[in-house]
Design a protein around this ligand. Structure first.
Ligand code: C2E
Ligand code: CA
Ligand code: CA
Length: 694
């Protein structure tokens, strides 16, 4: 037998190459797993080449490290074949570990195939020496080398599969695994070498026409390192790119989620908005239909919220809303949906077992909201009116349930607030009625269905007449004469009060002009203003233009503003009233005693008249408390130099008492009901109501 020896430098180098090849293989397995589509195929092809070249060159350098006393060479074709086998087994291995799963059966099959491949590569490479006579292999060591190849392949596949995802510490694990795998590959190679016996007198058939060993080792080592290094660098760069793309994609995703959140939630309270509520309502209906279940829709509207906004500003109002939203959220179950659907309107969607549970819940909510809220040191109090619609009894589609709950809420409000009402079919009729009324009201002005009646005011106790108040009526073609309380709230809600109010002012002035032209006219005419008109900047100009149009002096016009309207935005009101006053228009504070005006503010108001609310006059004779209030208002008016008018005077007793208390003027059915312009002209002409002259 020829005895072989090894160049230890080359052996060491072969081990290094093996480790590097293993590391590259692990890294590329990771790339193939995360890459997508076509890129994955390229990574597989490139990875198989790099890894194949790596394993093969480890083996080839190992061969070059081996020396026999005879000269050695390698057949290029067979050598190339061994390289191809290495690449093919690498491709198989990479493909196996880049699957979603790696079941045991596939791991074992893969290990067998790959082990066979590696062995085939090794022994094909040996055959490239074309020894004559042939190499004799010791069966035990030969078998051992194949077993090592299979076991090392199995371990490599398993490790590569486990370590294919990026994560903390994965690089370190990969490096350790690469060292182990490198040692296994090298172990297989040198076991295989040890199995080979070269009979004495063997010659190497590949010496003459094959490569010679000297430069070949260097060349192959450099090419291999280059290939592996390039593969690693490209892999790292690509990974960075991929990670950056992933970061971008995830921030884009976050932005999208935020956008979606904003689109479905209310900005202020972070409660679901109308859109999301609609969605949840759809789901609730589907679920209830499937399970034959029941749920309640509670429409909640805060009472007195506007007053807080007016008095303390929107910022405090917003904080109050947030606090109330939190309070309700804490009180309802997690599966209930509380949504904000308008300024101070919220809707609670809640599945229930029994309608009586809903009543309990509504009671709980009203009690909860009635409790004062402390916002930045202010103790604020609001209450809630709740309208309840039940599925399926009160509706089977979202819109129907919502509008029915809304209708019920209006009834709760109408009933004196701070209460709840279950929906009843009659409410709906009311609702439709109202909608129809709004449509008719839009037409009313154009069709000339609006008329003014005039109610005289008298100097106490019985005249003469000091002026008239214009009161609006609607001559509806089907419903007859509609009193203002039945449609002015609607007109205010829809904004129709603006054109209607302008019309009232114009019509009253036109009438005044026409009475004057006829030679008989009251001394002044009063027009009622609603809050919305009052907050509109065009008011002053409208008043000025209307007076000019009819050639009237400002002093014959009185504008009646209710106490609560005048107090709403005190400073703004003050400046508007001041301008009107400076123009010469008289200002009258209507329904006085029902609001909460501060004395200080009242003192600065440029008003010339206070009208005591009808409520104090009604039970005057019997109720001493009302009498005391009227007396106080009269005293206040005298101090502030305001004319005091009592309205709603229906009896002679009231007339006498109010006169005794010191009221300057009286208005009421006793002395004169509201009447048409013609009727008033007739009375004036007949001298039945003596008018005060200047
Ligand atoms: P108001 O300004 O307090 O008007 C007085 C109301 O009391 C009138 O009701 C009048 O008919 C009624 N009244 C007068 N004397 C008596 C009486 O002795 N007993 C009783 N029980 N009632 C009496 P009307 O005309 O139904 O008007 C109701 C409210 O509608 C008015 O209250 C006013 O706030 C509003 N309104 C009327 N016309 C207009 C208008 O042109 N514009 C605006 N914005 N509001 C108007
Ligand atoms: Ca009035
Ligand atoms: Ca009044």
């Amino acid at each position: 037998m020829l005895t072989g020896s090894y160049s230890s430098l080359l052996v060491l180098l072969s081990l290094l190459v093996a480790i590097l090849a293993a590391y590259t293989a692990l890294d590329l397995a990771g790339r193939i797993t995360t890459a997508q589509g076509r890129a994955a195929h390229w990574w597989l092809a490139g990875g198989a080449c790099a890894m194949g070249i790596g394993i093969w060159s480890m083996h080839f350098i190992g061969m070059l490290a081996f020396r026999l006393p005879i000269e050695l060479g390698y057949d290029p074709h067979i050598t190339l074949l061994s390289l191809l086998i290495a690449i093919a087994s690498s491709a198989l291995a990479l493909w196996l570990v880049s699957r979603q799963t790696l079941p045991w059966s596939r791991l074992v099959g893969g290990a067998l195939l790959m082990g066979a491949g590696v062995s085939a590569m090794h022994y094909t490479g040996m055959a490239a020496m074309r020894m004559l006579p042939g190499i004799v292999y010791r069966p035990v060591l030969f078998t051992l080398s194949v077993i090592i190849a299979v076991v090392a392949s199995g371990a490599a596949l398993w490790l590569a599969f486990r370590l294919r995802h990026h994560g903390a510490g994965v690089r370190l694990f990969r490096a350790a695994a690469a060292v182990l795998m490198g040692i296994a590959i090298v172990g297989m190679h040198y076991t295989g070498m040890a199995a080979a016996e070269f009979p004495l007198g063997s010659v190497c058939g590949a010496v003459r026409d094959g490569f010679s060993t000297g430069w070949l080792a260097l060349f192959i080592i450099s090419v291999t390192f280059a290939v592996l290094a390039i593969a690693l660098i490209v892999s790292v760069l690509d990974l960075r790119l991929e990670l950056r793309t992933a970061v971008l994609a995830s921030s884009l995703n976050e932005a999208n989620q935020e956008l979606q959140y904003l689109a479905l939630h209310d900005n202020l309270t972070r409660l679901p908005n109308r859109v999301l509520l609609g969605d949840r309502l759809d789901q609730a209906i589907q679920r209830a239909r499937r399970e034959r279940g029941l749920f309640a829709l509670m429409f909640m509207d805060l009472d007195g919220f506007k007053a807080v906004n007016d008095a303390y500003g929107h910022r405090i109002g917003d904080l109050l809303l947030v606090a109330i939203a939190q309070r309700i959220t804490a009180a309802v179950r997690a599966q209930d949906t509380l949504a904000r659907v308008g300024g101070d309107e919220m809707v609670l969607l809640s599945s229930v077992g029994d309608p009586s549970d809903v009543a309990t819940m509504a009671e709980k909510l009203t009690a909860l909201i009635r409790e004062p809220v402390s916002v930045e040191g202010h103790e604020l109090r609001v209450s809630v009116s709740i309208g309840i619609a039940l599925y399926p009894g009160d509706g089977t589609v979202p819109d129907e349930l919502l509008s029915n709950a809304d209708a019920a809420m209006y009834h709760a409000k109408g009933q004196g607030r701070d209460s709840y009402r279950f929906f009843e079919a009659s409410m709906n009729a009311n609702m439709h009625n109202q909608l129809q009324l709004v449509q008719d009201l839009r037409q009313a002005q154009v069709r000339g269905e609006l008329v003014l009646h005039y109610q005289p005011k008298f100097r106490a106790p019985a005249g003469p007449m000091t002026g008239v108040e214009a009161l609006l009526r609607w001559q509806h073609p089907e419903r007859g004469l509609i009193p203002p309380n039945d449609f002015i709230p609607l007109a205010e809600k829809t904004g129709l009060i603006l054109p209607i109010g302008a019309w009232v002012l114009d019509e009253a002035c036109r009438q005044m002009r026409s009475w004057r032209d006829a030679g008989q006219a009251p001394r002044s005419i009063a027009v009622n203003l609603s809050a919305l008109q009052f907050s509109h900047t065009s008011l002053i100009q409208t008043v000025r233009e209307t007076l000019d149009r009819h050639g009237l002096e400002a002093a014959c016009l009185t504008l009646e503003v209710t106490e609560s309207t005048a107090m709403r935005d005190a400073d703004a009101s003050l400046s508007i009233l001041q301008i009107l006053h400076d123009m010469g228009v008289h200002i009258s504070i209507d329904d006085f005693g029902t609001g909460y005006s501060s004395l200080l503010y009242l003192k600065r108001l440029p008003a010339s008249e206070l009208k005591i609310d009808r409520g104090f006059v009604r039970d005057l004779a019997r109720d001493t408390e009302d009498a005391a209030i009227v007396a106080a208002i009269v005293a206040l008016g005298q101090t502030l130099d305001l004319k005091i008018v009592a309205e709603g005077v229906e009896t002679a007793d009231q007339q006498t008492f109010l006169t005794q208390l010191g009221c300057d003027a009286l208005q009421g059915y006793l002395l004169g009901k509201p009447m048409t312009a013609e009727r008033l002209a007739q009375l004036l002409a007949a001298g039945a109501v003596p008018s005060e002259v200047k």
